[in-house]
Design a protein around this ligand. Structure first.
Ligand SMILES: Nc1nc2c(c(=O)[nH]1)N[C@H]1C(S)=C(S)[C@@H](COP(=O)(O)O)O[C@H]1N2
Ligand SMILES: [Mo]
Length: 263
């Protein structure tokens, strides 16, 4: 499937950042000295000035857009409510067949064998031992029927099961004050998420789809399923994960998609 961009990611970013900043102002969650500054910058022109420049050359446009995206990440981080649940649906509403998507076609789906597979864990965690699927299946499991939303303009309801990611992070002694969790996938995809989302009660280290082991097209041996984030933030074929304070970026994020990617 090809990525069709109706609005450019940065344009969506800019609009989201403005809406989020206005919401924060309305809620009164911003210190008075920052309010005046933000109120003055709540226009695209104002945001451009955050780059310390007028939009006259490519470099200053890039700097301005980069600032918009970082402001967007910050706003989404501030607005994210760690206890607010995404909608759940009855099983009768599951989309069949559930769509496949990746940065390549379905004929190139990565097939990873369970034999020899181990999930690698590194970074700011106490226990860096790797995990077989059998070991992960002994941890508490949970099911969810939620909506997956892709920026390409489709959404679908699916059923995933697996280990609540918070349970897993606690099990490996992850530093929950760290900023990011990064993921490396079996198909060269990579992405990263904020710790608040990693600890959200609906964030699952998903081992099943619709009650069966995750099929290759949906990310065998496992994917991270987050109904609070857009499709591209949900990594399939996870081979390794790490906890870090260094911004890890991601496959689409490094090409201009917004990093926070809330849905
Ligand atoms: N490893 C990996 N994960 C990935 C992708 C990918 O190309 N590779 N694509 C992302 C995108 S853009 C979407 S919409 C979803 C699609 O998941 P699905 O095939 O289960 O619908 O996977 C996400 N995770
Ligand atoms: Mo997507």
């Amino acid at each position: 499937m090809k990525i069709v961009r109706t609005a450019s990611p940065t344009q969506v970013d800019a609009e989201y950042a403005l809406a989020a900043a206005r919401k924060l102002l309305a809620r009164g969650e911003i210190a008075p000295e920052r309010r005046r500054f933000l109120q003055r910058t709540l226009t695209l022109g104002g945001l451009a000035l955050l780059g310390g420049c007028s939009l006259t050359d490519d470099d200053s446009v890039d700097t301005a857009l980069e600032n918009i995206s970082r402001l967007n990440d910050k706003a989404q981080g501030l607005l994210f409510d760690p206890t607010r649940l995404a909608p759940v649906y009855p099983e009768s509403m599951i989309t069949r067949p559930f769509p496949f998507n990746a940065y390549y076609g379905e004929d190139e789906v990565r097939v990873i064998e369970e034999a020899g597979y181990k999930l690698e864990v590194s970074g700011l965690v106490a226990d860096k031992r790797s995990w077989t699927l059998a070991a992960l299946r002994t941890l508490p499991q949970q099911d969810q029927v939620t909506r997956h939303i892709c920026v390409e303009g489709w959404s679908a309801i699916g059923k995933w099961g697996g280990v609540p990611f918070k349970t897993f992070l606690e099990r490996i002694g992850a530093d929950k004050t760290a900023r990011y969790v990064g993921f490396k996938c079996g198909d060269d995809y990579h992405t990263s998420i904020d710790m608040a989302t990693a600890l959200h009660p609906q964030t699952l280290l998903a081992l099943t789809y619709d009650g069966r082991p995750l099929p290759p097209r949906y990310g065998f041996p496992m994917k991270l399923r987050m109904p609070t984030k857009l499709g591209y933030k949900n990594p399939k074929h996870i081979m390794a994960l790490y906890v870090t304070n260094t911004y890890p970026g991601g496959y689409w994020e490094d090409q201009g998609y917004n990093w926070f990617g809330g849905s």
